[in-house]
Design a binder for this molecule. Structure first.
Ligand code: ADP
Ligand code: MG
Length: 247
């Protein structure tokens, strides 16, 4: 499936710290994704994976550290601008139930990018075609399966022509038989040259699609490397223990 990647850029977070009160959720996290590559972040629940994504797109401001897109710090930019450059897909798709599928996708390009309604709809149909759901353009999200809704959410993010895509447990809420289609779409995006950071419990995806795997625990990166290094030769006891629980 061809996908449109306007220009992929690298993303770097260095020395990222964030505390919620006394809870030090990120304790100096370094992460780097080369342009067009996929980094998968794995780790136990509560280790700070979602918070890391939210800091990287400045939904939370880090207490310390820097964020660079394409090698340039973005901390002084308008956060809204950064969020337009980074597409985000969550566990829960958050589609507007009273709008059609095409309207859900056209909304951002129309409201945030100033495309006319007609052009925004044409773009929505194009994106829907890429995720194999053009025939659902005028349906309500509630009439689609969870997997289809998640593909719409991905199309919605892609319609904003992001330079980087984040996925936070995008398949965790799906019935098992619907997971594959969404993972296949994510794999297509990765091979199409999108820069991606993927938080997932799908170890098969982490192993086969990602260029680099990051293992987090207690707000810190414990190990990072190529999938085969981390999965076949984990160096730390913490990663060995984590893998023995999830594999
Ligand atoms: P993960 O995604 O790895 O499961 P999270 O990033 O969601 O972990 O959470 C890491 C820690 O940060 C948890 O202790 C969680 O309670 C805390 N946390 C996350 N978001 C907030 C928030 N908005 N306010 C306070 N604490 C939070
Ligand atoms: Mg999470």
């Amino acid at each position: 499936m061809p996908t449109t990647v306007p220009e992929s850029v690298s993303l770097t977070g260095t020395g990222l710290h964030l505390a919620f009160g006394t809870n030090r959720v990120l304790r100096g996290v370094d992460i780097h994704v080369d342009a067009g590559k996929t980094v998968t972040v794995v780790g136990p629940s509560g280790s700070g994976k979602s918070t890391l994504l939210r800091v990287l797109n400045r939904l939370h401001e880090p207490d310390a550290g820097d964020i660079l897109l394409d090698g340039r710090s973005v901390l002084k930019d308008n956060p809204d601008e950064l969020r337009q450059r980074i597409g985000m897909v969550f566990q829960h798709f958050n589609l507007f139930p009273h709008k059609t599928v095409a309207e859900n996708i056209a909304l951002g390009p129309h409201k945030l990018k100033g495309l006319s309604k007609e052009r925004a709809r044409a773009l929505a149909l194009e994106q829907l075609d890429l995720v194999g759901l053009k025939h659902k353009a005028d349906s309500r999200p509630g009439n689609l399966s969870g997997g289809q809704q998640q593909r719409v959410a991905i199309a919605r993010a892609l319609a904003m022509a992001p330079q980087v895509m984040f996925f936070d447990e995008a398949t965790s809420a799906l019935d098992p038989e619907l997971v594959k289609g969404v993972l296949a779409l994510m794999a297509d995006l990765a091979s199409g040259g999108m820069t991606m950071v993927v938080v997932t419990h799908e170890m098969g995806f982490a192993r086969s699609v990602s260029d680099t795997v990051v293992f987090m625990d207690h707000g810190a990166v414990v190990e990072t490397g190529a999938p085969e290094e981390l999965f076949d030769a984990p160096k730390t006891e913490r990663l060995q223990q984590f893998l023995s629980q999830v594999l």
